[in-house]
Design a protein around this ligand. Structure first.
Ligand code: NAI
Length: 393
């Protein structure tokens, strides 16, 4: 199968590696020659590391590398069966590339976007045959993260969706179907992990101190009690406060300013100050050489309160995502475990904590704050009344 990847940056180069490993013939295209060179060099390093770890041998490395050609001319993508675009997140630029591509490729060639925040319908709208356009959303780093969200637009044909779902599965990825709504599954359901952590911090919840000790305590609660691999502040520092803030703001705007997704001033100020996280040497934490990491307040009772509040907000978001038919219960849980390494699916977690507990916690938050942010999902309330559980198995 001939695959074209447009944009050889972080995501495009990773997706090219995935497709080439699955034995597809890949053409990786970028307008910048340096970006193509960088992609080729970085793939060489990644494959050498895989050899060192004993995951692949020299022959396999050669095979993967020979499956990828680096091209500087869009015309070279004429014979692609499937094109995945991973260029700058800008609707006009994406549309322009898609229109040009339509003039070059076969009428039935499939054209997909890896966009995180634009609507697939708006990208597809520029095509004469939008029924062969859809979203294929990988997670960073693409070769390591198993999840891929496959997103049909209102224009996408069922055949095209099914074909792509099969291709992605044959690349040994976990494909889930998501509706064309802001944030799809993962970037929507994960919002409270950051947003509620920031809110708890800003409130000085239960006497939480300002600064690193406060961040560290929230991170400690999520890791030590919740078993998340990283705490919210560590993770925001890892992603970059500029990037993470922009995603939050985009989701907030796209949801017509639903207060549930409201961005945080704390994060905005950190981004404005250039405290972007690891990449700038300073974020919520200081990453300078020799900097001492502040210790958290390791108080079990406080930790439990913090963890339960963030968890129930995540569960509520997952439940609402199901309520609004964005994805199935099984796919929502798969998305969070395979796309962002959550220790457990959120709906599974809701079953274990008890639906009654979820509703009571949400109602308690709502009664305290009287903010729409804390409204309980109607699905949880309905399930409490009927005694149902989420079907995640
Ligand atoms: P990046 O900045 O690392 O790479 C973008 C590449 O596209 C650059 O090499 C640039 O030279 C090239 N490019 C720009 N305009 C082009 C054009 N008109 N034709 C051909 N090449 C062009 O960006 P990144 O992070 O790889 O993101 C790409 C897309 O993937 C965006 O839509 C982003 O929203 C999405 N995405 C990003 C994720 C991430 O964690 N970085 C995760 C999932 C999706």
């Amino acid at each position: 199968m001939n695959i074209a990847i447009i944009g050889s940056g972080t995501m495009g180069s990773g997706i090219a590696q995935v497709a080439a490993t699955a034995n597809c013939q890949v053409k990786l295209y970028d307008t910048k020659k340096e970006a193509l060179e960088k992609a080729a060099n970085s793939l060489d390093k990644i494959l050498n590391r895989l050899i060192e770890k004993g995951r692949i041998d020299e022959a396999e490395k050669k095979r993967i590398q020979e499956n990828i050609s680096y091209v500087e001319n869009l015309q070279d993508l004429h014979d692609a069966d499937l094109t995945i675009e991973a260029i700058v997140e800008n609707l006009e630029i994406k549309q322009k590339v898609f229109c040009e591509l339509e003039g070059i490729q076969r009428k039935d060639a499939i054209i997909a976007s890896n966009t995180s925040s634009l609507s697939i319908a708006s990208i597809a709208a520029c095509l004469e045959r939008p029924e062969r356009c859809l979203g294929i959303h990988f997670f960073n780093p693409a070769p390591l993260m198993p999840l891929v969200e496959v997103i049909p637009a209102v224009q996408t044909s069922v055949e095209v969706f099914n074909q792509v779902f099969e291709i992605i599965t044959s690349w040994k990825k976990v494909a889930v179907k998501a509706k064309d709504t802001p944030g799809f599954i993962v970037n929507r359901v994960a919002r409270p992990f950051y947003g509620e952590a920031l809110r708890i911090y800003e409130e000085g919840f239960e006497g939480l101190p300002e600064g690193e000790e406060g961040f560290a305590t929230i991170d400690w609660a999520m890791k030590s009690i919740g078993k998340f691999r990283m705490g919210p502040f560590e993770l925001m520092d890892f992603i970059g406060n500029d990037v993470n803030y922009t995603v939050t703001e985009t989701v907030f705007t796209a949801f017509y300013y639903d207060p549930r997704y409201k961005p945080s001033f704390t994060q905005k100020r950190h981004a404005e100050a250039g405290y972007l996280g690891r990449k700038s040497g300073r974020g919520y934490y200081n990453y300078a050489e020799g900097a001492q990491k502040t210790q958290p307040i390791q108080d079990e009772a406080l930790g439990n309160k913090i963890f339960n509040r963030i968890l129930v907000m995540l569960i509520n978001e997952a439940a609402d995502t199901l309520f609004l038919n964005i994805a199935t219960a099984k796919d929502i849980d798969l998305a969070m475990t395979k796309g962002v390494n959550y220790p457990k699916g959120l709906l599974q977690w809701a079953n274990e904590k008890g639906i009654d507990w979820c509703v009571e916690e949400m109602d308690q938050l709502y009664n305290t704050y009287r903010e729409d942010r804390y409204r309980c999902s109607p699905l949880l309330r309905k399930m409490k009344e009927s005694g149902d559980r989420f079907l995640v198995g």
